[in-house]
Design a protein around this ligand. Structure first.
Ligand code: GLN
Length: 471
């Protein structure tokens, strides 16, 4: 059942929050052992559901929360051995806001360690499987959240997106995922990877459900100085009549796409044209270099952010009396990919190399943003694939650069700070495909309105429950 349908049924008194919680817990216990979407479940869920005031606006809604988002009293590991056993003493703003409205945390979902990866295989615990084909990855780093929503183990999920981690798993798992404009959702309580890029984003099985989550979590927060003073108006925006818009298809060197992706793109253009959109091809030359800049800037910020995991503050602390030996032994527990990023990050920031790498990547980021601003003078929305192909097999990207290349189409919106939505748009050999819509800075509401039109025009044809009947 979709989240807004559950909410309506709870509001009419047809089902209680406890019954909803019970049904989802049973489903998770039955299906998650084969998927590995969850790292932990909320052990107090049924009590919390029992005690809930059913007249609260989100009563009966359960949210799966990526395990790099702090949940007070519930384990928060970031998929890392360094935070095994860590119980945050505070709640992320996004989670606190959901709870205040009556939603409950169902459990914490698997991810690539600290959000670094595109397959969820870099989780130190276990890889999550794609619910459409267990031999394939669900994408990453929010792979657990995407798999949980796709398999209807949760009606809603929160993920985080630094360079595509909400959108790419959403595409691979056939669900909707939004990276909001940088600053629309508070980062308070989101374990930092690359702070100038990190955003919490919703995953769901319909645009209306995304809006439901966003109206609850977005908006200014005094605890995050980079949060925007822009209150969310998603529900309202979806009620507004559809404006015929100008849609630009980014064709930038998009040669390496699978045939299914090409077909989905053509078909989507037809649907948007049918809705009255004026469609044209546009050029965003900087997009192709965005990947190189991202893999300089994100590791640079990560190397600074991850310095805090030294055994003195949170989570795991190695044995040893002498401080530096303890720090060394503690940090040795970080996974290989995380260590690689820290090394790359400290290198590009080091004296003598800073200008050649970090400085140039920053200058490039400004150019990419300027190009995007110019494009949005000509068109209202941009359309491009979320990924060049559907989900790849587990274990098929042992080369780190091959894994990085998976993020080709997602890092542009991240570096430019723009809102970007991945929506289900087709299948290739039984695997879901996603396309991406980008909107100008701060126009997240309009983005969702356009996506809703596509969802309704295609009669939700691209939404399938991979594991039999959904709840
Ligand atoms: N795959 C990208 C990376 O590894 C993006 C991850 C993310 O958005 N957290 O950095």
């Amino acid at each position: 059942m979709l989240a807004h349908e559950i909410r309506a049924r709870v509001a009419r008194g047809e089902v209680s929050p406890r019954e909803v919680a019970q049904a989802y817990l049973e489903r998770v216990r039955r299906l998650d052992p084969g998927l590995g979407a969850f790292l932990s479940l909320n052990g107090r869920l049924l009590e919390e559901a029992e005690a809930l005031d059913p007249s609260l606006p989100l009563a009966g809604l359960l949210v799966a929360v990526k395990d790099n988002i702090a949940t007070q009293g519930l384990p928060t590991t970031a998929g890392s051995r360094l935070l095994e056993g860590f119980l945050p003493p505070y709640e992320a703003t996004a989670v606190a806001r959901l709870k205040a409205l009556g939603a409950l945390v169902l459990g914490k979902t698997n991810l690539d360690e600290f959000g670094m990866g595109s397959s969820t295989e870099h989780s130190v615990f276990f890889p999550t499987k794609n619910p459409f084909d267990p031999s394939r990855v669900p994408g990453g780093s929010s792979g657990g959240s995407a798999a949980a929503v796709a398999a209807d183990l949760a009606p809603l999920a929160l993920g985080s997106d630094t360079g595509g981690s909400v959108r790419q798993p959403a595409a691979f798992c056939g669900v909707y995922g939004l990276k909001p404009t940088y600053g629309r959702v508070s980062r308070y309580g989101l374990l930092a990877y690359a702070s100038s890029l990190d955003q919490i984003g919703p995953l769901a099985r319909s645009v209306r459900d995304l809006a439901l989550l966003l109206d609850a979590v977005a908006g200014p927060d005094p605890r995050d100085a980079t949060s925007l003073d822009q209150p969310p108006r998603f529900g309202e925006a979806l009620e507004a009549p559809l404006r015929p818009l100008r849609l630009g298809v980014v064709r930038e060197g998009l040669s390496g796409n699978s045939r299914g992706v090409e077909r989905a793109l053509e078909e989507a253009l037809g649907v948007f044209q049918g809705l009255g959109f004026a469609v044209r091809e546009v050029s965003w030359p900087a997009l192709l270099q965005a990947l190189a800049a991202y893999y300089i800037l994100a590791p640079a910020e990560a190397s600074a952010n991850l310095a805090r995991y030294d055994g003195t503050l949170y989570g795991y602390r190695a044995e040893g009396e002498e401080l530096w030996r303890m720090v060394e032994a503690t940090r040795a527990r970080l996974g290989l990919e995380v260590k690689r990023r820290i090394l790359v990050g400290t290198f590009v920031l080091s004296s003598g190399y800073y200008e050649a790498y970090y400085g140039r990547a920053q200058a490039f980021r400004r150019r990419l943003k300027a190009e995007a601003r110019a494009l949005f003078q000509e068109v209202d929305l941009l359309l491009l694939p979320t990924t060049p192909h559907p989900a790849f097999p587990l274990g098929s990207r042992p080369d780190p650069l091959a894994m990085y290349r998976e993020d080709l189409y997602t890092v542009g919106a991240s570096l430019a700070g723009l809102p970007a939505l991945s929506f289900p748009a087709g299948f290739e050999e039984g695997l879901p495909l996603g396309l991406q819509l980008l909107a100008p800075w701060g126009e997240d509401e309009g983005l969702l309105r356009a996506a809703l039109a596509f969802e309704e025009a295609t009669d939700r044809a691209f939404l399938k429950a991979p594991l039999g009947e959904a709840l």
